[in-house]
Design a protein around this ligand. Structure first.
Ligand code: KIV
Length: 259
């Protein structure tokens, strides 16, 4: 049965919500067929698939193109498209138009937006116009130039209070769930207990209502830096490299193809 934002919201406090990124038809089919209820077309696409150093350069057109491919591969999961840097930071009209493209052209079910209380007005507007929103606070990679790197957030009492306030504003604005990235376990636990919508953690400890990982990190097939909080459930990189070398050798030594 097809997932909806309403159903994901209702999972609060029940079965934990396993969430994964996917970037194309192939990865989306694997994720959907594993029964994972929420698939995020993350702007991590920029780094994992497109070879950029950060998530900042990925464009609306690139994100819509990959979201449409993911949507073609998914039958049941909720498809959430990540709004890329500068697609929603300008005027509300521009942001709504871009969110609409993900629904109309990318056939996504919802969008994700990075940022705290300052995004409240936009989220209210999107929800009022029928576009469900997944919030994202804590480490927000699109702000990496301002925050100075990929660092744990909410470590001081003041920044922890700010994150708690942000979470409450986003809930009030209408997010159906909230990603908490790289925040201390006890803060994630407090935010989770204070909200009526599910939290989905990444580098945020065991107390969130769900967990999200990046597809290539989970399978051990990525070529970039792997954050310390990642658990690799497979180690595919050496297997892929071995298979490719075996193929190369077989062709070069005329072992493959046979007659
Ligand atoms: O872009 C992404 O993959 C993300 C998740 C890691 C939350 O934002």
């Amino acid at each position: 049965m097809k997932q909806t934002a309403v159903k994901i919201r209702a999972m609060k406090g029940g079965q934990k919500i396993a969430t994964l990124t996917a970037y194309d038809y192939l990865t989306a089919r694997y994720v959907d067929e594993a029964g994972i209820p929420l698939v995020l077309v993350g702007d991590s696409l920029a780094m994992t698939v497109l070879g950029y150093e950060t998530t900042l350069p990925v464009t609306m057109d690139e994100m819509v193109h990959h979201t449409a491919a993911v949507s073609r591969g998914v039958k049941e999961a909720l498809v959430v498209a990540d709004m890329p840097f500068m697609s929603y930071q300008g005027t509300l009209e521009h942001a709504v138009e871009n969110a609409g493209r993900f629904i109309k052209e990318g056939l996504a079910d919802a969008v994700k937006i990075e940022g705290g209380a300052m995004r409240g007005e936009l989220i209210e507007k999107l929800v009022a116009n029928g576009i469900p929103v997944l919030g994202h606070i804590g480490l927000t990679p699109q702000s990496v130039k301002e925050t100075g790197g990929f660092k744990m957030q909410g470590k001081t009492a003041e920044s922890a209070r700010k994150l708690m306030d942000d979470a409450m504003v986003l809930e009030q604005a209408g997010v159906f769930a909230l990603v908490l990235e790289c925040v201390p376990d006890d803060l994630a636990q407090k935010i989770t207990a204070s909200l009526t919508v599910p939290t989905i953690g990444i580098g945020a400890g065991p107390y969130c209502d769900g967990q999200i990982l990046v597809f290539t990190d989970l399978l051990g097939m990525g070529l970039g830096h792997v954050p310390g909080f990642v658990k690799q459930f497979a180690d595919l990189k050496p297997q892929i490299q071995k298979a490719l070398s075996a193929y190369k050798n077989a062709v070069e030594e005329s072992v493959f193809p046979g007659k």
